[in-house]
Design a protein around this ligand. Structure first.
Ligand code: C2E
Ligand code: MG
Ligand code: MG
Length: 604
């Protein structure tokens, strides 16, 4: 038996074996855990939404994930641990086509050195790579304590494109793809700063004429197509270094850089007017537009964007008030003109409140029947300082400012009230502006005026001009239908001055058409005017519409119009427009004139 303190060698062996077994087990356990950890790490690595690679202090690859391989399209052999960073960079550069020359390679080497220096200083740094395939990659380099680093690649293509789009949209009109008002002003500012000591530039403000009509008659899709076509025409008409913008609605602008003088600006403006005037073919339809252009020159008319734009706008305003479809260069006098208009607008608002507006009436006669059929209400403004202001001055101001809505409403009420006191055989005609159809509810106003005055609906005539009809908006047509249904008579005024073709007469039945006085005025000298009066009269009669000739000033015109077959007339020859109180006298005077003309005694 062994002594207690003596170890049996056999036992010692067994104990040793047990220890080794336990160690082995622990090792196996450890290895298992490690491999479990490794495969978890592998799974995590390859499921990251970003590319990742890790390099050691010797700039050799330790590990990388699938996305890293994919982003740089790396072959298997360049992703094994130990691959030098320089080899990966060289492969990538060759693929991207940026390693074609010695210079390229030098640049590459330099980049690797800079990269290493940044990392040595322990800095986290980022840079963006634009790959040949269009993807944009944001790379973040994170230094590690042992001198190596981690590279993280994020695909920011979508994000960058969205940001670029937002930035682009903030400065451009998406429809026409040209600069918007904000960017145009910004570019103008830059161009002004860039001007050489004796250099100059021109700002052209372009307003499309009749765009609203195109939009209304052909629809918004056609309107959009026209705007695109306009932008394209502008871009192709100007030089490469000139700049084009859309300031809003149908307003465009151009910066004509580096001009030698105003003649050069005037010549471009003229060219633009004619280019924009050419017909447009959109969505299978023809559209006609015109353009009005106001020009201001830097430094002559201003040295900052706001002054230049404001003055070009004044020039544009001038073009629009003196007949559209042309161009005009700012002149200091315009400032006064515009200020006068602004003042006049304020005065007009006052006049409306203070009842300084009145209606005068001009009789309309039937020469054959020897009667006065009606009187046209014509607005008058007695200005406290300026005296009588003509409607051709104040009606456009009222239309632009919207005052025409209240003025028109007042005129309808007043005219119905006045006419209710006349002989029942005499009608009253009231002019209604296009703006009232666009922004008001003339049918409802007429209804109120008739109800308030007690005038029979068939004694009221509503005069609208061709351009009102041309807008052809559903709203206008609905209003006209309502008026017709109510029994009010509809008159087409100034026929022959606008664009309305004869087809309009077929599409919408008027009770009367008024042949514009310009045809009557020119009848003596121009045979074609006589022919036009005759043709319109004949056509109107065929369609069952009564023709009226405006502007009869003498007996010759009266005779000419009679020969042309038109029996209803209006003009200074019979009577000038008179205040309501004098209507009776004016009617009597008309009857005298008719009988004088026909050599017969006065019928009434
Ligand atoms: P209109 O509706 O065509 O009115 C006829 C115009 O011709 C009137 O000018 C009238 O005075 C003028 N006139 C009449 N007979 C003769 C003539 O023998 N010779 C000449 N040379 N002219 C003649 P007025 O009153 O200056 O009005 C001009 C225009 O202003 C009107 O043309 C009409 O479009 C507009 N207007 C006048 N009153 C109103 C109104 O209450 N509302 C609206 N919306 N427009 C109005
Ligand atoms: Mg009229
Ligand atoms: Mg007229």
């Amino acid at each position: 038996m062994a002594r207690p303190n003596e170890t049996n060698p056999q036992d010692a062996n067994v104990a040793h074996d047990a220890g080794v077994a336990a160690d082995t087990l622990r090792l196996i356990e450890h290895t298992k855990k490690l491999s479990q950890l490794n495969s978890r790490f592998e799974v995590a690595l390859n499921n990251m939404a970003r590319g990742l690679s890790m390099f050691d202090a010797d700039r050799r690859l330790i590990v990388c994930n699938g996305l890293y391989r994919e982003i740089y399209d790396l072959p298997e052999e360049l992703t094994v641990p130990g691959t030098p960073f320089s080899k990966i960079v060289a492969y990538h550069s060759a693929k991207e086509g940026s390693a074609n020359s010695v210079d390229d390679l030098k640049r590459q080497q330099l980049w690797i050195e800079q990269h290493a220096t940044e990392l040595r200083h322990g800095k986290v740094f980022t840079h963006t790579q634009n790959l040949k395939n269009g993807r944009i990659i944001l790379v973040t380099n994170q230094p590690l304590e042992d001198g190596g680093w981690v590279d993280i690649q994020e695909d920011v293509t979508e994000k960058t494109l969205a940001q670029e789009r937002i930035a682009w949209l903030a400065r451009h009109c998406p429809l026409t793809e040209i600069a918007n008002r904000f960017h145009f002003r910004e570019m103008l500012d830059e161009e002004i700063q860039r001007l050489k000591p004796n250099g100059s530039l021109a700002v052209h403000l372009i307003d499309l004429d009749y765009f609203k009509q195109v939009n209304d008659t052909l629809g918004h899709a056609a309107g959009d197509a026209v705007l695109k076509a306009v932008a394209k025409r502008l871009r192709t008409t100007v030089r490469d270094n000139d700049l084009v913008g859309r300031l809003g609605g149908d307003e465009f602008a151009i910066i004509q850089t580096d001009i030698s003088g105003p003649e050069q600006a005037a010549s471009l403006a003229l060219r633009l007017v004619s280019v924009l005037n050419a017909p447009y073919r959109v969505l299978g339809a023809n559209a006609g537009l015109g353009a009005s252009i106001g020009v201001a020159i830097c430094p002559d008319h201003g040295a900052d964007p706001d002054t230049l734009l404001r003055r070009a706008d004044m020039a544009l305003y001038r073009v629009k008030t003196c007949g559209r479809g042309s161009s005009y260069i700012y002149h200091p006098e315009d400032e006064q003109l515009v200020n006068e208009r602004i003042e006049l607008q304020a005065d007009l608002a006052e006049a409306l409140k203070k009842r300084q507006l009145s209606l005068h009436y001009q009789p309309i006669v039937d020469v054959e029947a020897g009667t006065v059929t009606g009187c046209e209400a014509l607005m008058r403004w007695q200005h406290p300082k300026l005296g009588m202001v003509p409607p051709s001055t104040f009606i456009p101001i009222a239309e632009r400012s919207g005052l025409i809505l209240a003025m028109g409403e007042w005129a309808l009420h007043q005219a119905c009230r006045d006419a209710a006191g006349w002989a029942p055989s005499i009608r009253v005609a009231v002019n209604i502006s296009a703006v009232q159809f666009d922004h008001g509810d003339p049918a409802a106003v007429v209804e109120e005026a008739l109800a308030a005055s007690g005038l029979a609906a068939d004694r009221l005539e509503v005069e609208i001009t061709e351009s009102t009809l041309l807008r052809c908006e559903t709203k206008t047509l609905q209003n006209l239908e309502r008026l017709r249904a109510r029994g009010v008579r509809l008159v087409l005024d100034d026929f022959g001055t606008g664009f309305a073709s004869l087809s309009y007469l077929r599409n919408f039945s008027f009770d009367k058409i008024k042949i514009d006085r310009s045809f009557v005025a020119d009848m003596a000298e121009r045979r074609d005017c006589m022919a036009i009066v005759g043709a319109v009269t004949g056509l109107a009669k065929t369609l069952g519409i009564g023709p009226v000739a405006e502007g009869i000033e003498d007996i010759e015109q009266l005779t000419g119009v009679s020969i042309a077959g038109c029996r209803e007339m209006q003009g200074f020859y019979f009577s000038r427009p008179v205040p309501s109180a004098d209507v009776e006298d004016a009617v009597a005077q008309c009857l005298t004139r008719i009988s004088e003309a026909s050599g017969k005694p006065n019928a009434g």
